[in-house]
Design a protein around this ligand. Sequence first.
Ligand SMILES: [Zn+2]
Ligand SMILES: [Zn+2]
Length: 411
Amino acid sequence: MTEQEWGSVQYVSEQFGRFYSTGAQRVDAPTEIKQREFGFLSFGGRTMFRHIGFGDTEELRGYVRNYAPAHSYFSAAYYEKPRAPMAEKGWRGADLIFDIDADHFDLPCQKIHDTWTCKTCGKAGKGHPPERCPGCGKASYSEENWLCGSCLDAAKYEAQKLLDILDQDFGFQQSELSVNFSGNRGYHVHVRSPLAKGLDQLARREVVDYVLGIGIEAEYQGLTPRQVGGGSMLGRGGWRGRTIKALYDFIGRSTPEEIKALKLGRNATRDLIEKRDEILSYLMNQHPSRIVRYIDKKSMGKLLAVAVDEQASAIDTVVTTDLRRLIRLPNTLHGKTGWLTQNVPIEDLPDYDPLNMAVAFKEGTEKVYIKRAPEISLQGEVYGPFEEEARELPLAVAMFLLCRKSARVVR
Ligand SMILES: [Zn+2]
Ligand SMILES: [Zn+2]
């Protein structure tokens, strides 16, 4: 780290300290705080301070105020002795948690704001890096991933689908669910329920598969070649209803070009385009087995995979199945953005805009030298793009660039 870079880290650290001098009072303690493990990352340091425990909320807030950490976490798990080494903690269950991160999505906006550079030959491009570098065939890249309103909206949409599945299919109470903006590119959904607490890793894996819609097979969703009586399954609970809704939505809104792009069988493609209304009407009013004669088995599999994927929620598998995961503490700052990790009441989620609401450093300006940054939209204003330039910017924007190490303080 150069002296200038270190100076900027110091600056950010001081700003966090200033924020927490009053902001620490708003840090939310998790339920059953005495059974939780906490972990913190300091500025500059790469070690996680973990196995920390607190007796009450005030103790936790005091710690955050004193140390003003770059990142603050708590355990999804409940332990008998949260301060003990991992093997002696005494695991007593864990909240069911889901992580949704726009980083894992494939979005058009990423082609605008993300870049990759091959570490071997220096070839560069936009969006996600290719599997193999077109310049040299290697696969080692440095990536610069940014975020914008579109990726944050996409993440929110996945969170909303997840909440719907947890509510409708699993039957969790609204009061057992909470949603946090992660402070960066996504959302965390927590389920605090006696029904979820004791689930082991395998059971959580089953939950993940269900949410992701893995293993949905046509035949078991009523799409059988043998015609069955009975009505539409459109409004049914669970994946039965979701699958038919997925097909209905997908077929209903796809253009002929989009249908052709799926590379289905010739007859299936023709019927999906020419007899679309007939097929939709069957899905709406009759048993789904009625549509099997238009779409051969292989085509149905392909069609279903795409349609189901749209209804499923794009959660990160690893986070949910990790029984000892540390997760961000609400109302603390995210050291890579300078934004708040924030609890969002479920009823407020549709209108929630992190680019306004999660901004922590709302007042003042700072002069920074920016290496490079794409256009940034924050608090209703647009800034940049920047390239090798010094600018006086609102503190929220300057802090965002400093936290991302894309800028340094000019003194
Ligand atoms: Zn290369
Ligand atoms: Zn984006």
